[in-house]
Write a protein that binds this ligand. Structure first.
Ligand code: FES
Ligand code: FE2
Length: 404
């Protein structure tokens, strides 16, 4: 587990930056080939990577009770996660073992298990096949062998992680701090598609260098332009967006400094998830790539457990949420879609990420390292010389350690 800076340390660093007119700086400028945003081959490789990493599937709070389920695609594969009577979350391929119909869509609760809509084969919350309707018509079909196909699932730090294939990077979750408390409540959920590559959409929250230009009327009246504290941990990063009212803390003793209401923490969880700690709620954003030029958003808004359980507290959380989505996030989405449209031309061979854009540089460095590693594995598989996954993971770890 990684120790990130404390609130007090972050606030001190922000106040120093305000005084000096500075911001955290990375060491590198990164040039990312535009082709990496539009190539189908690159997209396919990224999706293969998504199957071999522990990927955030949903928050624990979306599966609070036994029988609660969430069905969605991950790396293009329809999956179904459900909390069992034993409290354990399991994930299955969302495909009936008779003739393959999906057992559920969206989310809900099925305390008694899943019944296939096509011919009513029935499954338990643990994926086992409980009943074949008209069993006499299936001589030789062993019920015990026709449970749903399961994929690896881990519940950790308030999040559900799913790994579909043997992971390329052993221990990828080791560096992850506990990010949200387990007693969170989802108070809002939305999902929609944007016509932009998933990386373009993610990159919008990876730097504060665009606050004044893009968010002149939305975020800039409240926040600083190009003033961020950035920490990296493993493949992930945490970027701090301070509000101007943080300056009021200068008059207060350090022992009273609290981040809540004074800054936003945005954790970029490699590769496709962002978790923001806002004044009165958490925002969990998962971007599921659909094609190289379109992506599906899964957005969960969770209430902090320390929020008092009153209608006023819920109103405050909803106000937070509206402030973001009705203003600045629309501008971010529009920027990503604009870039996507412009990529139809030949205006750029590379996009340039500067020293203010550390979190994005970190993301691209790790994505490239992982895809290189994966390509090596796939080539070896192709020629029948499968290297041990442990060796590959160690090599990747060394690479990641150098970058971290
Ligand atoms: S496809 Fe599910 S019962 Fe037939
Ligand atoms: Fe933005």
């Amino acid at each position: 587990m990684t120790a990130l800076m404390t609130d007090e340390e972050v606030i001190q660093r922000v106040l120093d930056h305000v005084e000096n007119g500075s911001t955290d700086l990375g060491s590198d400028v990164w040039r990312e080939p535009v082709e990496n945003y539009r190539s189908q081959a690159r997209f396919d490789l990224e999706m293969e990577l998504f199957k071999r990493l522990p990927m955030v599937y949903c928050p624990s709070a979306a599966l609070a009770q036994p029988g609660d389920y969430v069905a969605r695609s991950l790396a293009g594969v329809p999956l179904l996660s459900v909390r069992g009577d034993d409290g354990i979350v399991r994930t299955f391929h969302n495909a009936c073992r008779h003739r393959g119909m999906m057992l559920a869509e969206g989310d809900g609760n099925v305390r008694g298990g899943f019944v296939c809509p096509y011919h009513a084969w029935a499954y338990g919350l643990d994926g086992s096949l409980k009943n074949i309707a008209g069993k006499g018509g299936f001589p030789g079909v062993d019920v015990a062998e026709h449970g749903l196909k399961q994929v690896a699932t881990e519940e950790r730090g308030g999040l559900i992680f799913v790994t579909q294939k043997e992971p390329i990077s052993a221990g990828a979750l080791d560096l992850l701090p506990d990010l949200i408390e387990s007693d969170q409540v989802v108070f809002e959920y939305t999902s929609f598609t944007d016509e932009a590559n998933w990386k373009l959409l993610l990159e919008t929250s990876m730097e504060g260098y665009h606050i004044k230009a893009l968010h002149h009327k939305s975020f800039y009246p409240f926040g600083f332009d190009n003033l961020n504290v950035v920490e990296t941990y493993g493949t992930n990063s945490r970027i701090v967006f301070p509000f101007k009212r943080i300056e009021k803390l200068r008059e207060r003793p350090q022992s009273e400094w609290r981040a809540q209401g004074k800054l936003t923490y945005v954790n970029q969880l490699f590769p496709n998830t962002r978790l923001a700690t806002l004044s009165n709620h958490y925002l969990l954003v998962i971007l599921e790539p659909v094609t190289p030029s379109s992506s599906r958003w899964y957005i969960y808004r969770l209430r902090r457990p320390d929020a008092d359980d009153t209608p006023e507290a819920l109103e405050r959380a909803k106000r937070d949420a509206a402030f973001l989505k009705d203003t600045g996030v629309i501008e971010d989405r529009a920027a990503a879609c604009s870039i996507q449209s412009a990529m139809a031309g030949e205006g750029n061979e590379h996009f340039i990420f500067g020293r203010f854009e550390t979190s994005a540089v970190h993301f691209h460095q790790h994505l490239e390292a992982h895809l290189d590693e994966l390509e090596g594995l796939l080539d070896a598989d192709h020629f029948g010389e499968v290297p041990s996954r442990t060796d590959a993971s160690n090599r990747l770890r060394q690479h990641v350690n150098v970058l971290a």
